[in-house]
Design a binder for this molecule. Sequence first.
Ligand code: XIL
Length: 358
Amino acid sequence: MSGGALLAAMPATGLGSGLRAPSLAREAEAAGRFYGIAARIDQIESEPGLADIVRRECNCLTHEIDLKWNVVQPGPAHFHFAPADGLVRFAAAHGLAVRGHTLLWEQSTPGWALGALRRRRDWSIVADHFAALLPRYGERIAEWDVVNEPVDSEAGEDGYRRTVFHRAFGPGHVARALREARRHLPRARLMINDYGFDYDNPVEARRRDIMLRMVERLRREGAPLDGVGVQAHLDLSKGPFRPAILRDFLSALAGLGVSITITELDVREHDFAAPIDLRDRRVADEVSAYLNVALAEPAVRGIVTWGLSDRHSWLQEQRPDHVTGDSGPALNRGLPYDADLAPKPLYWAMHRALAGTA
Ligand code: XIL
């Protein structure tokens, strides 16, 4: 029996941290890849059982929020590195890699920097931020989302999102940020990271085109771009998922000479009234279909889910009917472990997808 078939035969719930099957990290490694999650060190350190599962399942961690500019430098002279350092220390202690997320993202730029960039087109504001962050971690963070979400197919200018960085420095800010990061990191994989490439609709079709043109231009101009992060926030209201569309997009990216990481995989549910079994099956099937395409592309180096357990999913914050502390049926079930830290059908679907490409 293959590893995948063996795992498929195992019960889908109730195994907790006593799982005997190889972890997602081991399956990923066997296929020459990594599996990681977005995490917060305060949760890892305070919630019983969580640290063991994280150590077991992952060989890579991403800070969910603690490395963002507004967290590490809330005021011009106020730095706050403790949680960011904490996750990097935890990763080092357990032999896990770290993905750096993220250097330039308008949404996580502190108010003081937004104000300063609106007043003066002064690149040193960006350069100082990179200088505060990058040498601190150096080679310990081997892959960075240098620019997050530069694409805007609807209100953008030539597809570039009209951010404070775009207004101050033009479309060249992406290449400039990559070069600035490279000065500090001669070997790290430098990436741009974005969402909305997954489904068959006109907006996402434009987004795919824009991303391909952006990457082509950056490579042609000699910008130090090594990879593209495909966020993969899947959404059951947007389907059906069409494999050929993702396959063509990933292979076009690979053809431009960049590596690919699936950086923020999760599934937004649509029908919360359905029985839990059916909901879990829909979520698992969506991810199976997605990963079967993604993992068939050799340029895809790793898979990161945006969290491990539904307990912590950002999709919960996003829901209009969000009730803090709710763990009932209204909780979005779009991550591999449920709110009680039991693996769900999605977890086993990920196993099978990773094992299938080993
Ligand atoms: C999200 C975090 O998960 C939230 O906790 C936070 O409030 C906002 O940011 N795309 C990204 C991530 O690139 O940084 C975002 O993370 C989710 C969307």
